[in-house]
Ligand binder design. Structure first.
Ligand SMILES: Cc1cc2nc3c(=O)[nH]c(=O)nc-3n(C[C@H](O)[C@H](O)[C@H](O)COP(=O)(O)OP(=O)(O)OC[C@H]3O[C@@H](n4cnc5c(N)ncnc54)[C@H](O)[C@@H]3O)c2cc1C
Length: 391
């Protein structure tokens, strides 16, 4: 390992070059910002242009910064593939739908649901800010509505805007927190993550955010005082054969290949091979800061085995950009990590409403079903249930 001596030696369980590093992210390099030949520059660089990245970009622009976003693929990430469900409490849409709610009840419900999976102060802030954050999304063109679906579904039927997306109505939870529909579905067709991201992207571009797609950040650049002053990227050039291949690959993964695990994991290698053959290295200056917003590490299987081995057999959800590189970029300059084992995995069925509010014996049956392998649920249970999502 060859990390510059001036970087404080914070806790690292692995570092570039270690056997446990499991990432293409390379160790940082010290440069002189005044003499370095920069290929592009901005006040703030956003590394990863999914949901978190586009929000950070909009906020940085609102504070007057010139913003450049960099994305390994076309942007959108897992956000553009998600259900577009915003979990919030105490919103005007709930009141309009006949279910006035509060941040306090949202907190009390979630506290039972997630225990100590996140810090209590984080959970509090998440709940307290949920209404203001939803209004912020509205101000950037994301639409919500107030038509409530009162039945039990893992995803609301078309035409409904609000639903009970969790276990809010289960008596054990209801005893501690007033049940309310808190799943706000972005208005749009089908799975509305795409609509959500499209609105935010459009707003970001309208506010002057620039995007360099097909640009993978591989390393942070430091000045002699260990300040991050830029990034090194591998960019597949526009109008090249490589760009075309890269674009086709990510679109096919996002459209259907991600649902077939072996094909999706093969695509991880194919993306790397295209980048290896066609990308060119560039150095980009960050005058005021770099935001790391690169999503999860679900598609970096060695990292999953390293940090969350219990879930190594679970099918990865998301997209090829979920490669853990932002985590590694942070660690490469001494950033400490936490809760790396704390991942979300689902094996859910959506039984009829009666199941949820049912007797102990019925719920015992449901619990047994949840312990069955996913294929059992698909093959034998699904035909009799309302719907299901893959586990
Ligand atoms: C099927 C599915 C359904 C879901 N439904 C919901 C839902 O309804 N509601 C909800 O709240 N959550 C949902 N989630 C979870 C939610 O989608 C994610 O938590 C969220 O999208 C993460 O956003 P992000 O910005 O952190 O990451 P992403 O949206 O994945 O964005 C990360 C971006 O970083 C880019 N990137 C990665 N590495 C680099 C690099 N080195 N250089 C440059 N760019 C890089 C990627 O290409 C990607 O575009 C769902 C997830 C899945 C998979």
């Amino acid at each position: 390992m060859n990390v510059p001596a001036s970087i404080p030696a914070l806790i690292r369980e692995s570092a570039p070059g270690d056997l446990q590093w499991n990432s293409y992210v390379a160790e940082p390099i010290i440069v002189d910002p005044a003499t370095q030949q920069w290929d592009d520059a901005a006040d703030v660089l956003i590394v990863g242009f999914g949901g978190a990245g586009v929000c950070a970009a909009l906020e940085a622009r609102a504070q007057g910064a010139e913003v450049l976003a960099l994305d390994r693929f076309e942007g959108g990430g897992a956000t553009a593939l998600c259900g577009g469900i915003y979990y919030g409490g105490g919103t005007r849409f709930q009141t309009e739908g006949g279910y006035p709610d509060s941040a306090e009840d949202m907190y009390r419900y979630l506290k039972q649901e997630i225990g100590d999976a996140v810090q209590d102060s984080t959970l509090r802030q998440f709940c307290n800010d949920s209404n203001a954050n939803l209004e912020w999304l509205v101000s950037h063109g994301v639409n919500f509505g107030s038509k409530v679906y009162t039945g039990k579904r893992s995803y609301p039927p078309a035409g409904y805007d609000l639903y009970f997306s969790g276990n809010e109505k289960v008596p054990r939870y209801k005893a501690h927190a007033k049940a309310a529909p808190r799943g706000h579905r972005v208005v749009g067709p089908d799975f509305t993550g795409e609509t959500l991201f499209a609105a935010l992207k459009q707003s970001a571009f309208a506010h002057g955010v620039r995007l360099r797609p097909h640009t993978r950040v591989t390393r942070l650049l430091l000045d002699s005082a260990s300040n991050v002053v830029g990034v090194e990227v591998q960019e597949v050039p526009a109008d090249s054969v490589g760009r075309n291949l890269h674009r086709k690959l990510i679109r096919s993964v996002n459209k259907w290949r991600r649902l077939f695990e072996p094909l999706a994991l093969k695509a991880v290698e194919q993306a790397a091979a295209i980048e290896q053959a066609h990308a060119r290295p560039l150095r980009i200056r960050a005058r005021r800061g770099v935001v790391l917003s690169t999503g999860s590490f679900a598609f970096n299987r060695p990292m999953v085995r390293q940090y969350a081995p219990k879930f190594a057999e679970a099918m990865p959800h998301g997209t090829l950009g979920c490669d853990g590189s932002g985590i590694r970029l942070g660690q490469s300059v001494g950033g400490a990590t936490g809760y790396m084992h704390s991942v979300t995995a689902w094996r859910s069925i959506s039984p009829p409403e009666a199941f949820v509010e049912a007797s102990w014996s019925t719920r015992m049956v449901a619990a047994l079903l949840m312990k069955m392998p996913t294929w059992v649920i698909w093959v034998f249970i699904l035909p009799n249930s309302q719907e299901a999502v893959p586990g």
